[in-house]
Design a protein around this ligand. Sequence first.
Ligand code: SAM
Ligand code: DTB
Ligand code: SF4
Length: 348
Amino acid sequence: MNTTQTDRTDRTVTQKPTEVRMSFQPKAAFEPLAPSTQVESWSLQSIEHLFDLPFNDLMFKAQGVHREHFSPNEVQLSSLLSIKTGGCPEDCGYCPQSAHYDTGVEASKLLDVQAVTAAALEAKKNGASRFCMGAAWRELNDRDVEKVAQLISAVKAMELETCCTLGMLSQDQAKALKGAGLDYYNHNLDTAPEIYGDIISTRVYEDRLKTLASVRSAGMNVCSGGIVGMGESRAQRAGLIHQLANLGPYPESVPINHLVHVEGTPLANTKPLDPMEFVRTIAVARITMPKAHVRLSAGRQEMGEAVQAMCFLAGANSIFYGDKLLTTGNPEWERDQALFAKLGIQTV
Ligand code: SAM
Ligand code: DTB
Ligand code: SF4
């Protein structure tokens, strides 16, 4: 039995614990929902309406939703390591690791357990609670599953939450990684479906949704978000949030990346986005995915402290922590500590 009601923002809230819906894909059968999430349905129009609110009204609303579900002054820390860098066959127009573009990133092999656990130990010492491992792969190859499973088990044994982003994943592979101790799988929708093809030609939106479905069906937490500032319109930013919020259940973790302009990539000279639009995107993510951790992800190094503070006010409650993302820079530990002290933010 469904219980459906319409609230003040025109969204339909449907609690339906045994079925997972995707807004761009035919239905498929999945395991029961993770207990922390619920199926909500947001119309594109209601999301556009949120984006169009006066800035102060939007911030007030987002902060209210945030306080209903989270401690307002707490931010979760995730640390990121590139376990296999560069030489990727995909042509993602933003990415320094694509073999299609000359960005100066050198390709390297998969790191071994010692290198990964050393980085995880450092991250843990610095206060991170989740360790994310990223590989410049189009998809996980079956021959690498065992090696990656060993990395996951070793990090999990250090009492860190584990996350991987390895490209497309089959259901069996997702089950194997879950069995090795993987808590989260990151796979971003990246942008709205209608402009996806302008940015990536080597795979399609449905491929991404299928991977997210595999992750869900293995009982893992989903980490999925996108990139803002790739030349998209406000309506297209709303389109990305519309896809994410209607995944049913929406992701537990939603990274909102600001495009890092990398020389050599097709998007290197994209016109800079007004920072207020980035903050608005965080706020709309918070309102439409109230129980998700919304991560202020790539692009913090290029952002002033005031913009980051506004993102926390808009409901961001997670960051990537440590002075490197995958191949590009991130604020140093000391800078983040100073910002948190200034804002009275506790880290978890
Ligand atoms: N290869 C895997 C994949 O694409 O799913 C995993 C690694 S890939 C680098 C992970 C994510 O990093 C991408 O989906 C994209 O959202 C983000 N990313 C890559 N380059 C970026 C850039 N220049 N600025 C912001 N985010 C970026
Ligand atoms: C995500 O959404 N952002 C992270 C993580 N997931 C893997 C990656 C950001 C990459 C930025 C460009 C780079 O450092 O290569
Ligand atoms: Fe490859 Fe991932 Fe970069 Fe795309 S985003 S080029 S799949 S590493």
